[in-house]
Design a protein. Structure first.
Length: 394
């Protein structure tokens, strides 16, 4: 389909039915999940403007620590300089575009392996061999392109837009609701290597955002204590940077393992209400949190194409949790259950993407138990419409 057909006035008008009251709303057009043109539009409408989670501050705890990642094909490096300040930058060498850093580690700077241009931890070009005869070459004026950076509850967010307004003021409702978990001081290891999935990032986001499937797809002893009918959807405004979903549990301190009860230390600040529900906090387009009494699972969704994405999946625990006797064995019990549940979700995600490519893909209707999909649609369409009004196409 040509660009003008996918993202034109008719297409934009068709989004309106996805932001109606949930009782009337229908799902987004399937092209939003499959079209290369829509992905190009979305990169500008969302990823060029929104705050994007790239990792945890704990991954770069010491001076010289760095890690790399990429979002919508943009290679990114995050580093802590010798003064302790954090920097987020493009890792693309400004000579001939080799990446100056891979993986993660500790370094005094970045030496591009190709021709040995050298960059400081804050991205300044500090060395460029044999460039003395090159005209109009001002080494001191050159650097790795820098991105805005903000910390929120220990998560590192970046923004490609140098003029972006701060994130935290648009997350006050979410922050208040999850304050008792004190995620800034929660601890957890750096996730394993990212997984790569053959589906659109919104398929993943919506699956994590969906309580309707809880006691259907996941029916059984590992999940039945989080029944769909105990879903709650606190109100949110589309201009906010995130939104919440609660799901009551049939007993306190429920957790995903064969005992159905939390095995690890409970986050110390949690009150009665928190301990009788699971909390899902969504900060689109990249961060999704699944919060239980003893463990928080965070997903960092990083699309790399219209129908593919990478994901970092991390865990956070109460401070000191990893020191309790049998921590690893108890965690293994959680992960065995989580693995079984996640396998069911992955199977669905993969086949939903196949379905979305079909000529018979629907504009579907919603159950009241899908309130968070309505919030997600409003968050998305608000930004799609703003970008379209500003002249963004594909
Ligand atoms: S591409 Fe980096 S030094 Fe040449
Ligand atoms: Fe699921």
């Amino acid at each position: 389909m040509a660009t003008r057909e996918v993202i034109g006035s008719e297409f934009m008008a068709s989004l309106a039915s996805s932001v109606l009251d949930l009782t009337e709303a229908e799902t987004l057009p399937p092209a939003c999940y499959t079209s290369a043109d829509f992905y190009a539009f979305e990169k500008q409408a969302l990823y060029d403007r929104e705050w994007l989670c790239v990792g945890r501050e704990a991954w770069v705890a010491s001076p010289g620590d760095y890690f790399t990642t990429s979002i919508v094909g943009e290679p990114i490096v995050v580093a802590r300089d010798m003064e302790g300040e954090l920097h987020a930058m493009s890792s693309v060498c400004q000579h001939r575009a080799m990446l100056v850093a891979e993986g993660a580690g500790n370094a005094r700077g970045f030496l591009c392996p190709y021709h040995h241009w050298a960059y400081s931890l804050d991205g300044r070009l500090v060395g460029a061999p044999a460039m003395g005869r090159t005209c109009n070459f001002d080494r001191k004026a050159m650097r790795l392109p820098k991105f805005k950076l903000e910390l929120w509850l220990g998560f590192i967010f970046i923004n490609f837009d140098a003029d972006a307004a701060p994130l935290a003021p648009r997350l006050t409702a979410v922050e208040q609701a999850i304050a008792a978990y004190d995620l800034s001081s929660a601890e957890g290891p750096r996730p394993d290597a990212p997984a790569k999935f053959p589906w659109n990032w919104k398929v993943m986001f919506e699956n994590n955002n969906d309580g309707y499937h809880a006691n259907k797809l996941h029916h059984g002893p590992l999940h039945d204590f989080v029944p769909s009918h105990l879903a709650e959807f606190p109100d949110s405004q589309p201009a906010e940077a995130g939104f919440l979903r609660y799901n009551g549990t049939l007993h306190a301190d429920a957790s995903f393992n064969a005992t159905q009860k939390a095995l690890l230390p409970i986050f110390p600040g949690l009150g009665e209400a928190d301990r009788n529900r699971m909390v899902f906090a969504n900060i689109p387009p990249t961060l999704s949190l699944v919060m239980m009494s003893d463990m928080v699972i965070y997903l960092i969704l990083r699309p790399d194409g219209p129908e593919s994405m990478e994901q970092d999946t991390g865990l956070l625990f109460a401070p000191g949790a990893s020191k309790v006797p049998g921590f690893q064995h108890k965690l293994d019990m959680n992960m065995a259950a989580a693995g079984a549940i996640i396998a069911q979700d992955m199977h669905v995600d993969e086949l939903v993407q196949v379905g979305l490519r079909s000529r018979f893909a629907p504009r579907g209707r919603y159950s009241w138990q899908e309130g968070a999909q309505g919030q997600f649609n409003r968050w998305l369409v608000h930004r799609y419409e703003a970008a379209y009004a500003a002249g963004v196409r594909a």
